[in-house]
Design a protein around this ligand. Structure first.
Ligand SMILES: [Zn+2]
Length: 163
């Protein structure tokens, strides 16, 4: 199986919630105010996908101008425009707040940082090197992930992920 090259996104700051969804799915999603043509051109040259609702920037390749208001609908639009597939999803890869890549961390480090039942029932934890937040399988509420799965028609959580 050939893997698609990792996709990197620059999301217009007006679409902050969409950026969070992308990070939950494990994509590099920078959130920035897009307000200059040169800025867009620089990101384009670096291979970024640019996501905005501002029609002013539409036209060039890899600049996607979304129309939906709802962040989950925006994600659906983006997935279709950018050709994102469920195989590219990497849960627990990025900090939802900082966009930093998470690091695996010793479970002792999670002691006292997560609820006791989580500590006892999860064998491994991830930590954001920037904000120190601890993540684990299930730290994204199941309801959220299920909503994503329904919207996109994907299976993200395998049965082995537990409940
Ligand atoms: Zn963080």
């Amino acid at each position: 199986m050939t893997e698609a090259p990792e996709k990197h996104f620059v999301v217009d700051s007006m679409l902050g919630k969409l950026a969070k969804w992308l990070r939950i799915l494990g994509f590099d999603a920078r959130c920035e105010r897009l307000d200059a043509r040169e800025q867009i051109e620089i990101y384009q040259k670096q291979g970024f996908f640019l996501i905005t609702r501002n029609r002013r920037w539409s036209g060039p390749p890899r600049v996607f101008c979304l129309t939906a208001n709802n962040p989950v609908e925006q994600l659906r639009e983006l997935v279709s425009l950018a050709g994102v597939t469920p195989q590219e999803v990497r849960l627990l890869e990025r900090c939802v707040r900082c966009n930093e890549r998470l690091m695996e961390t010793a479970s002792e480090d999670a002691l006292g940082q997560v609820p006791d039942y989580v500590f006892e029932t999860h064998p491994s934890f991830h930590r954001c090197p920037n904000c120190e937040r601890i993540y684990w399988r299930g730290s994204h509420p199941k309801r959220m992930v299920q909503r994503l799965e329904q919207t996109l028609g994907w299976t993200i959580l395998s049965d082995s992920a537990g409940s």
